[in-house]
Design a protein around this ligand. Structure first.
Ligand code: CMC
Length: 431
Protein backbone atom coordinates (compact mmCIF):
# COMPACT_ATOMS: atom_id res chain seq x y z
CA UNK A 1 0.00 0.00 0.00
CA UNK A 2 1.53 3.33 -1.08
CA UNK A 3 1.93 6.04 1.56
CA UNK A 4 0.60 8.62 -0.86
CA UNK A 5 -2.82 7.07 -1.21
CA UNK A 6 -6.16 6.63 0.51
CA UNK A 7 -8.06 3.42 0.87
CA UNK A 8 -11.80 3.59 0.46
CA UNK A 9 -13.85 0.83 2.03
CA UNK A 10 -17.46 0.21 1.07
CA UNK A 11 -18.90 -0.66 4.49
CA UNK A 12 -21.84 -2.43 2.89
CA UNK A 13 -19.69 -5.29 1.58
CA UNK A 14 -16.11 -4.64 2.72
CA UNK A 15 -14.82 -4.07 -0.83
CA UNK A 16 -11.82 -1.75 -0.96
CA UNK A 17 -9.93 0.36 -3.44
CA UNK A 18 -6.62 2.16 -3.02
CA UNK A 19 -6.59 5.57 -4.68
CA UNK A 20 -3.50 7.67 -5.38
CA UNK A 21 -3.12 11.11 -3.87
CA UNK A 22 -1.86 13.62 -6.45
CA UNK A 23 0.35 16.37 -5.08
CA UNK A 24 0.26 19.94 -6.37
CA UNK A 25 3.19 22.39 -6.35
CA UNK A 26 1.27 24.35 -3.68
CA UNK A 27 -2.23 24.01 -2.23
CA UNK A 28 -4.47 21.03 -1.58
CA UNK A 29 -3.67 17.54 -2.82
CA UNK A 30 -6.34 15.64 -4.75
CA UNK A 31 -7.48 12.03 -4.68
CA UNK A 32 -7.37 10.43 -8.12
CA UNK A 33 -10.80 8.80 -8.19
CA UNK A 34 -10.68 7.50 -11.74
CA UNK A 35 -10.53 3.86 -10.55
CA UNK A 36 -13.40 4.27 -8.09
CA UNK A 37 -16.24 3.30 -10.37
CA UNK A 38 -14.54 0.37 -12.05
CA UNK A 39 -13.36 -1.09 -8.71
CA UNK A 40 -16.30 -0.31 -6.41
CA UNK A 41 -19.12 0.60 -8.80
CA UNK A 42 -19.49 3.95 -7.04
CA UNK A 43 -19.60 7.51 -8.28
CA UNK A 44 -18.77 10.57 -6.20
CA UNK A 45 -21.49 13.12 -5.53
CA UNK A 46 -20.41 16.76 -5.45
CA UNK A 47 -22.97 19.29 -6.70
CA UNK A 48 -21.30 22.57 -7.56
CA UNK A 49 -17.86 20.87 -7.56
CA UNK A 50 -17.13 21.98 -4.00
CA UNK A 51 -14.44 19.33 -3.52
CA UNK A 52 -13.61 18.26 -7.06
CA UNK A 53 -10.60 19.23 -9.17
CA UNK A 54 -11.69 18.96 -12.80
CA UNK A 55 -8.21 19.30 -14.31
CA UNK A 56 -4.52 19.91 -13.68
CA UNK A 57 -3.51 23.48 -14.42
CA UNK A 58 -0.31 25.55 -14.28
CA UNK A 59 -2.03 28.89 -14.75
CA UNK A 60 -3.65 30.34 -11.62
CA UNK A 61 -3.41 29.46 -7.94
CA UNK A 62 -5.86 30.53 -5.24
CA UNK A 63 -5.60 29.94 -1.50
CA UNK A 64 -9.03 31.00 -0.31
CA UNK A 65 -8.19 30.77 3.40
CA UNK A 66 -5.08 32.91 3.17
CA UNK A 67 -6.46 35.25 0.49
CA UNK A 68 -3.74 34.44 -2.05
CA UNK A 69 -4.11 34.75 -5.82
CA UNK A 70 -1.19 34.01 -8.15
CA UNK A 71 -1.08 34.19 -11.94
CA UNK A 72 1.67 31.78 -13.08
CA UNK A 73 3.22 32.18 -9.62
CA UNK A 74 3.18 35.98 -9.56
CA UNK A 75 1.13 37.58 -6.73
CA UNK A 76 -1.85 39.56 -7.98
CA UNK A 77 -0.73 42.52 -5.83
CA UNK A 78 2.54 42.80 -7.80
CA UNK A 79 0.86 42.46 -11.18
CA UNK A 80 -1.78 45.04 -10.22
CA UNK A 81 0.92 47.49 -9.25
CA UNK A 82 3.48 46.96 -12.01
CA UNK A 83 1.93 45.20 -15.00
CA UNK A 84 -0.68 46.05 -17.60
CA UNK A 85 -3.46 43.96 -19.08
CA UNK A 86 -1.70 42.79 -22.24
CA UNK A 87 1.49 41.86 -20.40
CA UNK A 88 -0.66 39.95 -17.89
CA UNK A 89 -2.48 38.27 -20.77
CA UNK A 90 0.85 37.21 -22.27
CA UNK A 91 1.89 35.82 -18.90
CA UNK A 92 -1.33 33.83 -18.59
CA UNK A 93 -1.13 32.51 -22.16
CA UNK A 94 2.55 31.68 -22.44
CA UNK A 95 3.50 31.02 -18.81
CA UNK A 96 6.27 33.58 -18.42
CA UNK A 97 6.67 37.35 -18.35
CA UNK A 98 7.60 38.44 -21.87
CA UNK A 99 11.07 39.72 -22.76
CA UNK A 100 11.06 43.25 -24.23
CA UNK A 101 11.03 41.78 -27.73
CA UNK A 102 8.26 39.29 -26.96
CA UNK A 103 6.24 42.06 -25.36
CA UNK A 104 6.48 44.38 -28.36
CA UNK A 105 5.76 41.57 -30.79
CA UNK A 106 2.69 40.57 -28.77
CA UNK A 107 1.34 44.11 -28.64
CA UNK A 108 1.87 44.35 -32.41
CA UNK A 109 -0.02 41.10 -33.03
CA UNK A 110 -2.94 42.07 -30.80
CA UNK A 111 -3.19 45.47 -32.51
CA UNK A 112 -3.12 43.79 -35.91
CA UNK A 113 -6.34 41.91 -35.12
CA UNK A 114 -8.45 44.68 -33.53
CA UNK A 115 -10.74 45.23 -36.53
CA UNK A 116 -13.66 42.92 -37.19
CA UNK A 117 -14.81 41.68 -40.59
CA UNK A 118 -17.15 44.29 -42.12
CA UNK A 119 -19.82 41.58 -42.40
CA UNK A 120 -19.85 41.23 -38.62
CA UNK A 121 -20.96 44.85 -38.29
CA UNK A 122 -24.23 43.98 -40.03
CA UNK A 123 -25.14 41.75 -37.12
CA UNK A 124 -25.44 44.69 -34.77
CA UNK A 125 -28.32 46.11 -36.85
CA UNK A 126 -30.31 42.94 -36.34
CA UNK A 127 -30.52 43.08 -32.59
CA UNK A 128 -33.45 44.70 -30.81
CA UNK A 129 -32.48 48.31 -29.97
CA UNK A 130 -32.63 47.68 -26.22
CA UNK A 131 -30.86 44.30 -26.25
CA UNK A 132 -28.52 43.73 -23.32
CA UNK A 133 -24.91 43.99 -24.58
CA UNK A 134 -24.14 40.61 -22.96
CA UNK A 135 -26.81 39.04 -25.18
CA UNK A 136 -25.11 40.63 -28.18
CA UNK A 137 -21.70 39.45 -27.01
CA UNK A 138 -22.88 35.83 -26.73
CA UNK A 139 -24.19 35.98 -30.29
CA UNK A 140 -21.45 37.93 -32.02
CA UNK A 141 -18.48 36.19 -30.38
CA UNK A 142 -20.00 32.82 -31.31
CA UNK A 143 -20.50 34.12 -34.85
CA UNK A 144 -16.77 34.85 -35.24
CA UNK A 145 -16.36 31.18 -36.12
CA UNK A 146 -18.39 31.87 -39.26
CA UNK A 147 -15.81 34.43 -40.37
CA UNK A 148 -12.42 33.19 -39.19
CA UNK A 149 -12.47 29.56 -40.27
CA UNK A 150 -9.01 29.87 -41.80
CA UNK A 151 -7.66 29.11 -38.32
CA UNK A 152 -10.23 26.76 -36.85
CA UNK A 153 -8.25 23.52 -36.91
CA UNK A 154 -7.97 22.98 -33.17
CA UNK A 155 -5.43 20.18 -33.67
CA UNK A 156 -3.03 22.76 -35.14
CA UNK A 157 -1.11 24.71 -32.46
CA UNK A 158 -0.60 27.72 -34.76
CA UNK A 159 -4.32 27.87 -35.56
CA UNK A 160 -5.10 27.76 -31.86
CA UNK A 161 -2.72 30.62 -31.19
CA UNK A 162 -4.17 32.76 -34.00
CA UNK A 163 -7.72 32.19 -32.73
CA UNK A 164 -6.63 33.10 -29.20
CA UNK A 165 -5.04 36.32 -30.47
CA UNK A 166 -8.14 37.18 -32.48
CA UNK A 167 -10.41 36.68 -29.49
CA UNK A 168 -8.32 38.82 -27.16
CA UNK A 169 -7.97 41.50 -29.77
CA UNK A 170 -11.50 41.73 -31.14
CA UNK A 171 -13.34 41.54 -27.84
CA UNK A 172 -13.13 45.32 -27.07
CA UNK A 173 -14.30 46.16 -30.59
CA UNK A 174 -17.33 43.86 -30.32
CA UNK A 175 -18.03 45.07 -26.77
CA UNK A 176 -17.98 48.74 -27.75
CA UNK A 177 -20.14 48.09 -30.82
CA UNK A 178 -22.69 46.24 -28.67
CA UNK A 179 -23.09 49.46 -26.70
CA UNK A 180 -22.96 51.96 -29.55
CA UNK A 181 -25.58 50.49 -31.82
CA UNK A 182 -28.20 50.71 -29.06
CA UNK A 183 -27.46 54.43 -28.77
CA UNK A 184 -27.53 55.15 -32.49
CA UNK A 185 -23.83 55.93 -32.52
CA UNK A 186 -21.59 55.12 -35.50
CA UNK A 187 -19.20 52.19 -35.17
CA UNK A 188 -15.68 53.61 -35.12
CA UNK A 189 -12.63 51.70 -36.31
CA UNK A 190 -10.17 50.79 -33.56
CA UNK A 191 -7.24 53.14 -33.05
CA UNK A 192 -3.96 51.30 -32.89
CA UNK A 193 -2.04 54.37 -31.74
CA UNK A 194 -3.80 53.95 -28.39
CA UNK A 195 -3.12 51.18 -25.92
CA UNK A 196 -5.59 48.35 -25.30
CA UNK A 197 -7.65 50.06 -22.59
CA UNK A 198 -7.44 53.54 -24.14
CA UNK A 199 -8.66 52.14 -27.44
CA UNK A 200 -11.62 50.47 -25.74
CA UNK A 201 -12.56 53.73 -24.02
CA UNK A 202 -12.19 55.54 -27.34
CA UNK A 203 -14.45 53.06 -29.11
CA UNK A 204 -17.00 53.37 -26.29
CA UNK A 205 -17.15 57.11 -25.87
CA UNK A 206 -15.75 58.93 -28.91
CA UNK A 207 -17.98 60.90 -31.27
CA UNK A 208 -16.89 61.87 -34.79
CA UNK A 209 -17.62 65.57 -34.27
CA UNK A 210 -15.25 65.99 -31.31
CA UNK A 211 -11.67 65.15 -30.55
CA UNK A 212 -11.46 62.26 -28.09
CA UNK A 213 -9.38 63.02 -25.03
CA UNK A 214 -8.14 60.07 -22.98
CA UNK A 215 -9.09 60.33 -19.30
CA UNK A 216 -6.06 59.00 -17.37
CA UNK A 217 -8.06 58.40 -14.16
CA UNK A 218 -10.56 56.22 -15.99
CA UNK A 219 -7.82 54.37 -17.87
CA UNK A 220 -5.91 53.65 -14.66
CA UNK A 221 -9.02 52.29 -12.93
CA UNK A 222 -9.96 50.18 -15.95
CA UNK A 223 -6.43 48.80 -16.20
CA UNK A 224 -6.71 47.60 -12.62
CA UNK A 225 -10.13 46.06 -13.17
CA UNK A 226 -8.81 44.22 -16.25
CA UNK A 227 -5.77 42.77 -14.48
CA UNK A 228 -7.78 41.69 -11.42
CA UNK A 229 -10.41 39.95 -13.56
CA UNK A 230 -8.03 38.36 -16.08
CA UNK A 231 -8.19 34.84 -14.64
CA UNK A 232 -9.56 32.99 -11.63
CA UNK A 233 -8.81 29.31 -12.23
CA UNK A 234 -11.77 26.91 -12.63
CA UNK A 235 -14.70 29.29 -11.96
CA UNK A 236 -18.10 28.69 -13.58
CA UNK A 237 -17.41 30.45 -16.90
CA UNK A 238 -13.91 29.00 -17.29
CA UNK A 239 -15.23 25.53 -16.50
CA UNK A 240 -17.94 26.17 -19.10
CA UNK A 241 -15.29 27.04 -21.68
CA UNK A 242 -13.36 23.88 -20.80
CA UNK A 243 -16.46 21.66 -20.87
CA UNK A 244 -17.62 23.08 -24.19
CA UNK A 245 -14.10 22.67 -25.64
CA UNK A 246 -13.80 19.09 -24.40
CA UNK A 247 -16.04 17.98 -27.26
CA UNK A 248 -13.68 19.58 -29.79
CA UNK A 249 -15.91 22.62 -30.36
CA UNK A 250 -14.23 25.67 -31.90
CA UNK A 251 -12.78 28.35 -29.58
CA UNK A 252 -15.21 31.12 -30.62
CA UNK A 253 -18.19 28.92 -29.75
CA UNK A 254 -16.55 27.94 -26.46
CA UNK A 255 -15.77 31.51 -25.40
CA UNK A 256 -19.32 32.47 -26.31
CA UNK A 257 -20.49 29.72 -23.91
CA UNK A 258 -18.18 31.19 -21.27
CA UNK A 259 -19.73 34.64 -21.78
CA UNK A 260 -23.20 33.15 -21.30
CA UNK A 261 -22.15 31.52 -18.05
CA UNK A 262 -20.46 34.68 -16.81
CA UNK A 263 -23.63 36.70 -17.29
CA UNK A 264 -25.39 35.17 -14.25
CA UNK A 265 -25.69 37.40 -11.16
CA UNK A 266 -23.91 34.85 -8.94
CA UNK A 267 -20.84 35.23 -11.22
CA UNK A 268 -19.88 38.15 -13.49
CA UNK A 269 -23.36 39.64 -13.49
CA UNK A 270 -22.78 40.61 -9.86
CA UNK A 271 -21.08 43.93 -10.69
CA UNK A 272 -24.24 45.12 -12.43
CA UNK A 273 -26.45 43.56 -9.74
CA UNK A 274 -24.56 45.53 -7.06
CA UNK A 275 -25.71 48.82 -8.58
CA UNK A 276 -29.30 47.59 -8.97
CA UNK A 277 -29.19 46.61 -5.30
CA UNK A 278 -27.82 50.00 -4.20
CA UNK A 279 -30.42 51.80 -6.30
CA UNK A 280 -33.14 49.71 -4.72
CA UNK A 281 -31.86 50.42 -1.21
CA UNK A 282 -31.91 54.13 -2.16
CA UNK A 283 -30.89 55.56 1.20
CA UNK A 284 -28.49 54.41 3.97
CA UNK A 285 -31.41 54.47 6.44
CA UNK A 286 -32.97 51.60 4.51
CA UNK A 287 -29.91 49.33 4.80
CA UNK A 288 -31.02 47.42 7.95
CA UNK A 289 -34.20 46.33 6.16
CA UNK A 290 -32.14 44.78 3.35
CA UNK A 291 -29.64 43.21 5.74
CA UNK A 292 -32.56 41.52 7.50
CA UNK A 293 -33.91 40.27 4.19
CA UNK A 294 -30.47 38.83 3.27
CA UNK A 295 -30.42 36.97 6.61
CA UNK A 296 -33.97 35.64 6.33
CA UNK A 297 -33.93 31.96 5.32
CA UNK A 298 -37.43 32.32 3.84
CA UNK A 299 -36.29 35.09 1.52
CA UNK A 300 -34.08 34.41 -1.52
CA UNK A 301 -32.66 37.92 -1.33
CA UNK A 302 -28.84 38.16 -1.17
CA UNK A 303 -26.52 41.10 -0.83
CA UNK A 304 -24.92 41.36 -4.24
CA UNK A 305 -21.14 41.73 -4.23
CA UNK A 306 -20.81 39.80 -0.96
CA UNK A 307 -19.47 36.28 -0.47
CA UNK A 308 -17.31 33.98 -2.53
CA UNK A 309 -17.12 30.23 -3.02
CA UNK A 310 -13.36 30.10 -2.55
CA UNK A 311 -12.35 33.13 -0.48
CA UNK A 312 -13.33 32.51 3.11
CA UNK A 313 -11.05 35.13 4.63
CA UNK A 314 -10.93 37.95 2.15
CA UNK A 315 -10.79 38.35 -1.59
CA UNK A 316 -7.28 39.72 -2.39
CA UNK A 317 -8.66 41.37 -5.51
CA UNK A 318 -11.25 43.16 -3.38
CA UNK A 319 -8.52 44.40 -1.06
CA UNK A 320 -6.63 45.98 -3.97
CA UNK A 321 -9.65 47.41 -5.73
CA UNK A 322 -11.22 48.71 -2.51
CA UNK A 323 -8.29 51.08 -2.12
CA UNK A 324 -8.64 52.29 -5.71
CA UNK A 325 -12.39 52.65 -5.23
CA UNK A 326 -11.96 54.73 -2.07
CA UNK A 327 -9.33 56.94 -3.74
CA UNK A 328 -11.65 57.53 -6.67
CA UNK A 329 -14.68 58.33 -4.50
CA UNK A 330 -12.60 60.63 -2.29
CA UNK A 331 -11.26 62.44 -5.36
CA UNK A 332 -14.82 62.89 -6.62
CA UNK A 333 -15.97 64.33 -3.30
CA UNK A 334 -18.06 62.51 -0.73
CA UNK A 335 -21.35 63.88 -2.00
CA UNK A 336 -20.73 62.96 -5.63
CA UNK A 337 -23.63 60.48 -5.66
CA UNK A 338 -25.92 59.30 -2.82
CA UNK A 339 -25.49 55.74 -4.07
CA UNK A 340 -21.80 55.75 -3.08
CA UNK A 341 -22.70 56.83 0.42
CA UNK A 342 -25.13 53.90 0.60
CA UNK A 343 -22.36 51.59 -0.66
CA UNK A 344 -19.92 52.71 2.00
CA UNK A 345 -22.51 52.40 4.77
CA UNK A 346 -23.60 48.96 3.55
CA UNK A 347 -20.01 47.74 3.53
CA UNK A 348 -19.51 49.00 7.11
CA UNK A 349 -22.77 47.55 8.47
CA UNK A 350 -22.31 44.15 6.80
CA UNK A 351 -18.70 43.87 8.00
CA UNK A 352 -19.87 44.28 11.60
CA UNK A 353 -22.88 41.97 11.38
CA UNK A 354 -22.66 38.57 13.10
CA UNK A 355 -24.42 36.75 10.22
CA UNK A 356 -21.91 37.98 7.65
CA UNK A 357 -18.91 37.49 9.95
CA UNK A 358 -19.87 33.91 10.84
CA UNK A 359 -20.21 32.96 7.17
CA UNK A 360 -17.14 34.90 6.01
CA UNK A 361 -19.24 37.01 3.69
CA UNK A 362 -16.96 39.88 2.75
CA UNK A 363 -17.41 42.32 -0.11
CA UNK A 364 -15.92 40.71 -3.20
CA UNK A 365 -14.15 42.21 -6.22
CA UNK A 366 -17.44 42.93 -7.97
CA UNK A 367 -18.78 45.02 -5.14
CA UNK A 368 -15.99 47.53 -5.73
CA UNK A 369 -15.65 47.14 -9.50
CA UNK A 370 -19.39 47.88 -9.82
CA UNK A 371 -18.98 51.07 -7.80
CA UNK A 372 -15.86 52.15 -9.74
CA UNK A 373 -17.52 51.59 -13.11
CA UNK A 374 -20.56 53.54 -11.96
CA UNK A 375 -18.31 56.36 -10.74
CA UNK A 376 -16.56 56.41 -14.14
CA UNK A 377 -19.90 56.84 -15.90
CA UNK A 378 -19.77 53.46 -17.59
CA UNK A 379 -23.26 52.37 -18.75
CA UNK A 380 -24.63 49.86 -16.25
CA UNK A 381 -25.33 47.14 -18.79
CA UNK A 382 -21.66 47.23 -19.87
CA UNK A 383 -20.29 46.23 -16.45
CA UNK A 384 -20.42 42.48 -17.06
CA UNK A 385 -19.20 42.98 -20.62
CA UNK A 386 -16.06 44.55 -19.16
CA UNK A 387 -15.62 41.51 -16.92
CA UNK A 388 -16.02 39.30 -20.01
CA UNK A 389 -13.39 41.26 -21.96
CA UNK A 390 -10.95 40.98 -19.07
CA UNK A 391 -11.64 37.28 -18.47
CA UNK A 392 -11.01 36.49 -22.15
CA UNK A 393 -7.28 36.32 -21.32
CA UNK A 394 -8.01 33.60 -18.76
CA UNK A 395 -10.48 31.71 -20.92
CA UNK A 396 -8.13 31.47 -23.90
CA UNK A 397 -5.17 30.55 -21.69
CA UNK A 398 -7.15 27.77 -20.02
CA UNK A 399 -8.38 26.60 -23.41
CA UNK A 400 -4.84 26.57 -24.87
CA UNK A 401 -3.61 24.62 -21.84
CA UNK A 402 -6.44 22.14 -22.08
CA UNK A 403 -5.81 21.51 -25.78
CA UNK A 404 -2.29 20.29 -24.91
CA UNK A 405 -3.34 18.21 -21.91
CA UNK A 406 -3.06 14.54 -22.87
CA UNK A 407 -5.25 13.49 -19.92
CA UNK A 408 -8.24 15.58 -20.99
CA UNK A 409 -11.23 13.71 -22.34
CA UNK A 410 -14.73 14.80 -23.22
CA UNK A 411 -16.35 16.21 -20.06
CA UNK A 412 -19.09 13.83 -19.05
CA UNK A 413 -20.19 14.03 -15.40
CA UNK A 414 -22.28 11.19 -13.99
CA UNK A 415 -25.34 11.51 -11.78
CA UNK A 416 -27.15 10.05 -8.80
CA UNK A 417 -30.40 8.99 -10.43
CA UNK A 418 -33.42 9.72 -8.21
CA UNK A 419 -36.22 9.26 -10.74
CA UNK A 420 -38.79 6.51 -11.28
CA UNK A 421 -37.75 2.86 -11.50
CA UNK A 422 -38.69 0.89 -14.62
CA UNK A 423 -42.43 1.10 -15.29
CA UNK A 424 -44.69 0.13 -18.17
CA UNK A 425 -46.16 2.56 -20.66
CA UNK A 426 -49.92 3.10 -20.20
CA UNK A 427 -51.97 3.79 -23.28
CA UNK A 428 -53.46 7.32 -23.48
CA UNK A 429 -57.02 5.96 -23.47
CA UNK A 430 -56.37 4.36 -20.07
CA UNK A 431 -54.88 7.43 -18.37
N1 CMC B 1 -25.95 37.49 0.99
C1 CMC B 1 -26.50 36.83 2.03
N2 CMC B 1 -26.19 35.58 2.40
C2 CMC B 1 -25.28 34.94 1.66
C3 CMC B 1 -24.63 35.56 0.55
C4 CMC B 1 -25.01 36.88 0.23
N3 CMC B 1 -24.44 37.52 -0.80
N4 CMC B 1 -23.75 34.71 -0.01
C5 CMC B 1 -23.82 33.57 0.73
N5 CMC B 1 -24.73 33.72 1.73
C6 CMC B 1 -25.04 32.74 2.79
C7 CMC B 1 -25.91 31.60 2.27
O1 CMC B 1 -27.28 31.88 2.45
C8 CMC B 1 -25.44 30.46 3.13
O2 CMC B 1 -26.01 30.60 4.43
P1 CMC B 1 -26.36 29.28 5.31
O3 CMC B 1 -25.03 28.61 5.55
O4 CMC B 1 -27.00 29.81 6.54
O5 CMC B 1 -27.27 28.45 4.46
C9 CMC B 1 -23.93 30.71 3.28
O6 CMC B 1 -23.79 32.14 3.16
C10 CMC B 1 -23.07 30.02 2.22
O7 CMC B 1 -23.57 30.38 0.94
P2 CMC B 1 -23.51 29.44 -0.35
O8 CMC B 1 -24.57 29.84 -1.28
O9 CMC B 1 -23.45 28.01 0.08
O10 CMC B 1 -22.08 29.83 -0.91
P3 CMC B 1 -21.55 29.54 -2.38
O11 CMC B 1 -20.11 29.32 -2.26
O12 CMC B 1 -22.34 28.44 -3.03
O13 CMC B 1 -21.89 30.88 -3.18
C11 CMC B 1 -21.65 33.04 -4.12
C12 CMC B 1 -20.94 31.86 -3.45
C13 CMC B 1 -20.63 34.05 -4.61
C14 CMC B 1 -22.44 32.52 -5.34
C15 CMC B 1 -22.62 33.68 -3.08
O14 CMC B 1 -21.89 34.18 -1.99
C16 CMC B 1 -23.47 34.81 -3.70
O15 CMC B 1 -24.54 34.51 -4.26
N6 CMC B 1 -23.01 36.10 -3.60
C17 CMC B 1 -23.70 37.20 -4.22
C18 CMC B 1 -23.36 37.27 -5.71
C19 CMC B 1 -21.94 37.77 -5.95
O16 CMC B 1 -21.52 38.78 -5.41
N7 CMC B 1 -21.21 37.07 -6.86
C20 CMC B 1 -19.88 37.50 -7.31
C21 CMC B 1 -18.77 36.58 -6.87
S1 CMC B 1 -17.15 37.30 -7.14
C22 CMC B 1 -16.97 37.40 -8.84
C23 CMC B 1 -16.77 36.09 -9.48
O17 CMC B 1 -15.76 35.44 -9.25
O18 CMC B 1 -17.65 35.72 -10.28
Amino acid sequence: MSKNSVTITDNRNGNQVELDILDPTIGSSAIDIRKLHTKLGLFTYDPGFQATASCKSDITFIDGDKGILLYRGYPIEQLAEHSNYLETSYLLMYGHLPSKEEYHDFIGIIKKHTMVHEGIKQFFNGFQHDAHPMAIMVGVVGALSAFYHDSLDITNARHREISAHRLLSKMPTIAAYSHRRAHGLPLPYPRNDLDFIENFMYMMFSVPSREYIVDPVAVRAMRLIFILHADHEQNASTSTVRLASSSGANPFACISAGIASLWGPAHGGANEAVIHMLEEIKHPDEIPKYIERAKDKNDDYRLMGFGHRIYKNYDPRAKIIREACNDLLDAMGSNSHPLFDTARQLEKIALEDEYFLERNLYPNVDFYSGIILKALGMPLNMFTVIFAMARTAGWISQWLEMMEDKEQRIGRPRQLYTGAKVRDYVDLSKR
